[in-house]
Design a protein around this ligand. Structure first.
Ligand SMILES: Nc1nc2c(c(=O)[nH]1)N[C@H]1C(S)=C(S)[C@@H](COP(=O)(O)O)O[C@H]1N2
Ligand SMILES: [Mo]
Length: 220
């Protein structure tokens, strides 16, 4: 198990080094269809290991430019209105898993519950891995298919997939869907995360456009 995880970690580092090539290939080849080995998840961890957080110990810190900072437990999340839908998961490198069932809480419901203050421009996300991070503009964060997910594939999100809780940003490539979510910070500017610092677009829309607003709402 340790070796397998370490090997995956090395893969992640290799991706980081040649990320421009991968991007070029993925965008140049019509994303998906032509690439080998479709329809299954690859497990990514840039650290080469998984943070093990039990559902009991899990806490989600919501802070920054909000009226009521909060520390949410799993029970708190499950008590909030549940959103569920079936949508594909697509990595920018070409693999794609269709018809994944997702359950969780809309990020916008969490933001509404804490009260976003004037001056908020973006939302930053932290991971229990202390390595990856992400952010979205405040408009992107309010899209109805951007969720804080506690279930995927019909079961609680596994540790490998970023459980107990991961982000799922349906209209964007997989790298935006931060695993092992530990914190949500309402902030005054977009903060490019690990994958963006290595060359992926900050606005990771599935159709490859790179502007801040959703070019193609019906695509997802
Ligand atoms: N914390 C963390 N989140 C992450 C990653 C990662 O390495 N670490 N990889 C991203 C990338 S590039 C993809 S495609 C998906 C992969 O999700 P999976 O490992 O559940 O297949 O997770 C995203 N979220
Ligand atoms: Mo990815």
């Amino acid at each position: 198990m340790f070796l397998a995880v370490a090997a995956l970690g090395a893969l992640g580092v290799a991706f980081g080094n040649s990320i421009q090539n991968i991007l070029g290939n993925a965008f140049g080849s019509g994303l998906g269809g032509l690439l080998p080995g479709g329809d299954r998840f690859r497990i990514y961890s840039i650290t080469g290991s998984y943070p093990e957080i039990s559902a009991d110990k899990f806490r989600l810190n919501v802070s920054g430019l909000v009226d009521r900072p909060a520390t949410l437990t799993m029970a708190d999340l499950q008590a909030m209105p549940k959103t569920s839908f079936t949508k594909a998961f697509q990595c920018v490198t070409g693999w794609r898993v269709p018809d994944v069932h997702w359950e969780g809480v809309k990020l916008s419901d969490i933001l509404d519950s804490v009260g976003v203050q004037p001056g908020a421009v973006a939302v930053g996300f932290d991971s229990y891995d202390h390595a990856d991070s992400e952010s979205l503009t405040i408009d992107q964060a309010h899209l109805p298919d951007v969720i804080v997910a506690y279930s995927m594939l019909g079961a609680p999100v596994t540790t490998a997939h970023g459980g107990p809780v991961r982000l799922y940003v349906a209209p964007m490539f997989g790298y935006k869907s931060l695993k092992w979510l530990s914190g949500i910070r309402v902030i005054d500017k977009v903060e490019p995360g690990y994958w963006e610092q290595n060359g992926y677009p900050v606005n990771g829309w599935l159709d490859g456009t790179t502007g801040p607003s959703n070019p193609n709402p019906e695509l997802t």
